[in-house]
Design a protein around this ligand. Structure first.
Ligand code: PMP
Length: 460
């Protein structure tokens, strides 16, 4: 059966999916009695499923990826032109789209110089970890090999990136993990560990990193890997004063600062990269999702020349970065990334993200005035969260089943929102909004109206 006829037979599609597809992040038992949901088409912020139902997508393809929105014909054309001319060459040769996108990207990242291509966020982070480990071997006698990561941050689904995973609920049942990854405390002001707020808390949270470094021994630590704003771990915007201190600490102990921009990169927060909101200068930056907005698979591990030059040494036979990513040689990725970046520039989607982000936060604050269940609203640009608690004084989290019910109620209304991991109690109780950067005030009002109704229905 050809694919067109297949698509014209929705029941067959659903049955084939039920019989043969293993969905990400899914318990499949319920699909014995309910149909898996199949998405058929998208345009702008809207999606249609196989039953013809329209949805407004407030999470850019579920996992905050489709920054430019669905259905862009010029993306299809750019990819088609590139792959028809030269689809792929792996290993050590370059391609025209690869060179062109690297130049465009580096132009947006003053102080950074080199782009290493891969095809997922996890993979880009693995590349960064491998660079740090090899630098340790080449320049520090193998000693400076530990990588620090933060409680609540996420860096990927592979065993090594899970070893740098700060959300324990994700790691349950997958150990043992890779040694050499050391955890530092979170920096969520709303749940301040010492009761301080503002800059005092920022300094406290940064000091907690220095304390770990001193306890481990600074000469054993190669890198500190952080999300600029913790995404799936609860939309945690670091407090004032945090980043300046973190940068100072890294400099003081000669520790590479690796910023994971897989979510925040490419306009999500209103600047090209999340770290640019905080005036810091990383040594390594990884990115994926929004790089080609999901039209093609591409990720990048970007470094300074200082990092790059540590591998330039033709006297050491094993000394170059002996790493490869087969599909890092595809031209579809960089060709899509070039077009994606042009669209973001031409339509000023960073500006729209900044402006509409304020509108979204305004709407969420208005909901907070109405529903005592909302304990905190946070975010930057079109990336926001609303944390739900049963009591604003004790900050007791709303039960995960209610969070699930709110998301499901919105889905029934045709609005797709997200929530941070809810599988363990704690602060996994945050509704999450990350619509495409084309969102209008009307779109956002529609989304928050749905949430308003859902909270009233589920929690009263
Ligand atoms: N880093 C962060 C901050 C992420 O949110 C994710 C994915 N949600 C990843 C890395 C991993 O990306 P991927 O799923 O493409 O491997």
């Amino acid at each position: 059966m050809d694919t067109l006829n297949f698509a014209n037979d929705p029941e067959h599609v659903v049955e084939a999916d039920r019989a043969h597809v293993w969905h990400h992040l899914s318990q499949h038992k319920p699909y014995e009695t309910i149909d898996p949901r199949i998405i058929v088409e998208g345009k702008g912020l809207r999606l249609w499923d196989i039953k013809g139902k329209e949805h407004v997508d407030a999470v850019s393809g579920g996992v905050w990826t489709v920054n430019i929105g669905y259905g862009r014909e010029r993306m299809g054309k750019a990819i088609s032109d590139a792959v028809t001319k030269m689809c792929f060459f792996g290993g050590s040769l370059g391609t025209i789209p690869g060179a062109q996108f690297a130049e465009m990207l580096i132009d947006k990242m003053p102080g950074l110089d080199r782009v290493y291509y891969a095809n997922s966020g996890s993979e880009a982070n693995e590349k960064a970890f491998k660079m740090v480990r090899q630098i340790s071997h080449k320049h520090y006698g193998g000693k400076k090999n530990k990588i620090l990561y933060r409680e609540r941050d996420y860096h990927g689904s592979t065993i090594a990136t899970m070893s740098a995973g700060g959300q324990d609920e994700r790691n349950a049942q997958y150990g043992p993990f890779t040694p050499g990854f050391i955890r530092v405390p979170h920096c969520l002001e709303y749940r301040s560990q010492n009761g301080e707020t503002g800059e005092a808390y920022g300094h406290y949270a940064a000091q907690a990193i220095e304390d770990v470094i001193l306890a481990e021994g600074p000469d054993t630590i190669g890198a500190l890997c952080l999300e600029p704003i913790t995404a799936g771990g609860g939309i945690i915007v670091p407090p004032q004063g945090y980043w300046d201190r973190v940068q100072e600490i890294c400099k003081k102990y000669d520790i590479l600062l690796h910023i994971d921009e897989v979510v925040c990169g490419i306009g999500r927060t209103g600047t090209w990269f999340g770290y640019q909101q905080f005036g810091i200068q990383p040594d390594i930056v990884t990115m994926a999702k929004g790089v080609a907005s999901g039209y093609a698979a591409i990720s990048c591990c970007v470094t300074t020349n200082r990092v790059f030059d540590m591998f330039k040494d033709d006297t050491d036979k094993m000394g170059y970065f002996r790493d490869i990513s087969t599909f890092g040689g595809c031209t579809a990725g960089p060709a899509a990334a070039i077009e994606n970046m042009k669209i973001i520039e031409e339509e000023d989607l960073r500006g729209n993200s900044a402006k509409m982000g304020e509108h979204l936060k305004g709407n969420l604050h208005a909901l907070m005035d109405k529903h005592a269940w909302i304990g905190d609203v946070r975010g930057m640009g079109l990336f926001a969260g609303a944390e739900l608690v049963t009591d604003r004084e004790t900050k007791e989290p709303v039960d995960e089943k209610h969070i699930g019910a709110i998301v499901a109620d919105c889905m029934a209304q045709g609005v797709i929102i997200g929530a941070t991991n809810r599988s363990l109690p704690g602060y996994n109780n945050t509704l999450l909004f990350a619509p495409s950067l084309i969102a209008t005030a009307d779109d956002l009002d529609h989304v928050t109206d749905a949430v308003d109704g859902a909270i009233s229905r589920v929690l009263g």
